[in-house]
Design a protein around this ligand. Sequence first.
Ligand SMILES: [Zn+2]
Length: 498
Amino acid sequence: MRRLLPMLGFVLLLATAASAAPDPRQAPDELATGLGAISGSRMMADVARLSSPAFNGRQTGTADDVRAAQFVAERFESLGLFPSGDQPLPGSAVGPRWAQSKAFTGSSIQAPARMEWTAKDVTTSARLDPDFLPVLDSPSASVSARLVFVGYGISDPAQGFDEYADLDVRDRVVLFLRGKPEGYAASVTHADKERAARKHGAIAFLTATGPIVSAYETRRGINRAPAAFYSQANDERPLPGAWISTDLAEQLLAVDGRSLREAQERLNRQRTPQSVPTNVSLHLAWDSRREAGTLVNVVGTIPGQDPVLRDRTLVIGAHRDHFGRQAGLLFPGADDNASGTAVLLEVAKTLARSGLTSKRTILFVSFSGEEQGLVGSRLYISTPPLPLDQTIAMLNVDHAGIGNGRLTVGLTGLSKEGAIEAGKMAGVAELLDLYGFFPGGDHVPFKEAGIPTATIVSAGPHPHFHQPSDTADTVKPEILERAARYLLALAWHLANAP
Ligand SMILES: [Zn+2]
């Protein structure tokens, strides 16, 4: 058996090598040439550059992200992707002809951010990042109050489920789990939970992933660590809040001898509220700063070559923005989404420079504002550079740099057969996991506008999801290469369909 193992490894290696090369019977000559031109090391260099301190985490609305937009624009310019003339793009009244832009006020957490908790007369400091991360659009916090556990934090009497019933949380900090009980049909967002907490008089919140994690959360890379996010409750008066580690949430409940796992199990199985006050006092302190700036989408074009079909458009997009610097921590966003940006740039280069045909017009869009509620892709939909009713599909690439070597593809309005055919041409058909709609990402506004979409994500765990550890050294050139090969083949296939 021991002798067989190295052989098995060799066979697997051969199989991988075989599937990575385009099948000459499947890929037409010009596409095979394009596939051969794709370079993982070139994309790695772009990932390293975009996730370096030079761009400071590319937060939407900051000068850092505008510099990242210029980086993309210079690349598009060098490929000849900007039409001549001085007309600004729709959605950008005064901007340059390559940009869609709008005013955008961002907020960020200033350093230092502090969290402490007191139980049985002992005060313990929670560690920023391993134990807690402030919610990024959280207002300034200066809170000292008792902690109340409120289960999943759901208050929906219409569904017969109210975790705030008979509970006094006025002037308290509430702790709720992320997600919802297993099998709970109604939709519950984080903003709903924040609203419920505020309505019941809470002055701050903590949220944590429960010890029992759903398959979807596992796929998104959610683990026991806190992650950065915008609560997007900003249409109302938001509460200060933080995401804490599962370990810390367990510790806080253990003060009164309670088990978080048991509470979550009961919520999942019996759906009876497990809400309870604790003997823990929570202290939160940080400043949050709001700053006015500009959101920028960069748009490049390859005009279609067919006299009739050139009026039809294929959009290829990737978001460029990430979380910037928060509470003194840099969020480099290498996998999210310097990786997709690098893939976009590589596919643009290949389509523009490797003699590939494109009957239909192709638009390349580097979106900003994705992390803050798809603001950039919504700007595109509200002011499209080319008509939406002539747009045949939108291909989105996001989180394409790490994982298990397979590709996850979410399709809406596009056939699985076509997606598989493109996979065969790219030599990756055996590595595709096809799904339907993915609920988050820049493809969503396109789908809502009735445009078919495909979202390409590298499959397997993304353990650095929304964390400061999402750095370029965790990204793999061969994974970028697979995503780029597949995106190129799918784009070429759609742009040239009869
Ligand atoms: Zn993200």
